[in-house]
Design a protein around this ligand. Structure first.
Ligand code: ASP
Length: 315
């Protein structure tokens, strides 16, 4: 009897410790990111650090993972350095078309918007789709009308276009490489809930109406409390064709792989043989995190309740 009480006490302590851990991981895109072509390295480090700070403040106070993911991505959308919201890359027509999605691992609810041209923060519109409609994905004018009706901030397409993105667009016509990236965030909160979100301007010079993996649940974004939360970046068509984010969940739940094994498998054994390029960030239900990419670099960072904090840019 005495022994049973001790075991129960031990279990309670262990479970409460487990529940109290949090972890937040972010990315700012994967690509041709090397020290040589990142002269503004310090600006990126500072932006990633501020994003982690926003997320950690929420999680540390017992806030939920969905709030952390949305707020962090909003910050990255407003930051001109990344390919999301302000500063997003231009389409072949020289406009900005944005995609975003968010998923709640607690109840498997998800929301997304695609091809939007005037919603200041597409990630918030995605969250509204998730929480205020019975749908998962709204596109183009339908998404804008919904966002407007919900009181979200609407801007002109010019708001997103920076001097730098216009210059890059002109150069890209002559095949200059760009290293701007999509943004993403995954988080585990102290209540044991996972969430994931991704926001992007898509691929530079994309066709009018092209939609990538970022707003596709299971391709660019996935979260499930049974396993993990995932956000992807890279050549979206490959991520869609291989259901990359869900693929990681499936490897964990059906094949018993751990998080680093699953993320490594989808990059090295699924994407790379097909010549698909990109990267992944993920966190599992235990608070373990993983990132993996087959490009030169990926803007990324993590902070967790164990006191660990890392920001990295290159291989
Ligand atoms: N995955 C995004 C897309 O294909 C682009 C990126 O992550 O850089 O739209």
């Amino acid at each position: 009897m005495h022994r049973l009480v001790l075991i129960a006490f031990y279990l309670q302590i262990t479970l409460s410790n487990m529940a109290q851990s949090y972890c937040i991981v972010i990315h700012g895109g994967a690509g041709n990111i090397t020290p040589e072509n990142t002269p503004d390295e310090q600006l990126y480090i500072k932006a990633l650090d501020s994003a982690l700070f926003i997320g950690e403040e929420i999680l540390n106070k017992g806030g939920n993972s969905i709030d952390a993911v949305e707020k962090v991505i909003r910050f990255l959308e407003d930051c001109h350095l990344f390919n999301a919201g302000k500063g997003a890359v231009l389409t072949e027509k020289g406009k900005v078309e944005l995609d975003a999605s968010i998923m709640n691992g607690e109840n498997l609810m998800a929301g997304a918007v695609a091809g939007v041209t005037n919603i200041k923060n597409p990630i918030t519109a995605a969250r509204f789709v998730m929480e205020k409609t019975s749908h998962v994905l709204l596109v183009r004018e339908g998404a804008s009308a919904f966002a407007k009706a919900q009181g979200l901030e609407i801007v002109s397409n010019d708001y997103f276009i920076t001097k730098e993105s216009k210059e890059k667009y002109l150069k890209y016509k002559y095949k200059e490489k760009d290293n701007k990236g999509t943004v993403g965030c995954v988080a585990l909160d102290i209540h044991g809930n996972l969430a994931a979100g991704t926001s992007t301007g898509g691929m530079m010079m994309k066709k009018y109406g092209r939609v990538g993996d970022s707003p596709i649940i299971g391709a660019g974004t996935y979260a499930n409390n049974k396993t993990c939360a995932v956000s992807c970046t890279g050549h979206g068509e490959y991520f869609i064709r291989n259901s990359i984010a869900f693929h990681i969940h499936a490897l964990i739940i059906y094949k018993n792989l751990n998080l680093p094994e699953a993320t490594k498998f989808v990059i090295d054994s699924v994407l790379t043989p097909q010549k698909g390029t990109g990267g992944i960030i993920a966190v599992d239900k235990f608070g373990n995190y993983a990132w993996h990419f087959n490009t030169q670099g990926m803007f990324r960072g993590v902070v967790n309740s164990k006191g660990e904090k890392r920001i990295e840019l290159y291989k």
